[in-house]
Write a protein that binds this ligand. Sequence first.
Ligand code: SD4
Length: 290
Amino acid sequence: KNIKPIVIATWNVENATAKAWEVLVNGGSSLDAVEQGVMIEEADENNQSVGKGGRPDRDGTVTLDACIMDSEGNCGAVLCMENIMHPISVARKVMEDTPHVMLAGKGAEKFAYEKGFKKTHLLTEKSKQEWLTWKKTSHYKHIVNIENHDTIGMLAIDSKGAISGACTTSGMAYKIAGRVGDSPIIGAGLFIDNEVGGATATGVGEEVVRTVGSFLIVELMRQGKSPQEACEEGVRRIIAKNKDKLNFQIGFIAINKKGETGSYCIQPGFSYRTYSEAGHVNNIPESYIK
Ligand code: SD4
């Protein structure tokens, strides 16, 4: 069968999808592609929603969430981990080298050091100054697309037809210390089922957790919906629980076995990248609110 590799990712993360594509066209696995792809954003200080340079919690501490899932249904995650630049790679180690799926906080950090990861100061001067300014009012309110932009969720299919996904974030800016969102929760921020496809999410994680968004989308595709229809239904479930207060963003992306993609979001302003034989494209999906 002629399987065409493809990678898709939340937001306009050109360098990350280019990296993943490079892995795929050189015959690499989708697992390596998504890991190496999202690592670009983790290392990028200008992306203030992921990895180094991420916005801190309200106490000024950067805590990272990430998970990874492969075509066999293996998965690993780290939650609320400090001082490590590449949580996605620690999540992969949890998946491959332990009998567990999730490690949190100090335990995750200790495990990372044992696996050879280096201690890294994650709070940049820019994110620190913005946090100090925020602290003057300490007003916690979601600012659509601005305050919490660019969590990266990535899905890829390799030349063997194996689907993998990765999701990594510093979470909502100025969250309560210890808060964990959807991004490292298998089924919420990310889900892969190689019989069907994969999905991943960005936006206000609490709403994605409440609806187990990514698992829902994959199951809807199993029942025959296209990736686009499944993403629309995923967003609709969240809207139904929030009729009077749709002042936040959720964006889903999905892919099926055939390499068809879909995406839907609540607010305008979301985009997602696709990289396949057809080229490298930034796509603007339809939104519920126009
Ligand atoms: C979270 N879903 O921690 C993440 C935030 C996010 O772009 O997507 N930011 O809730």
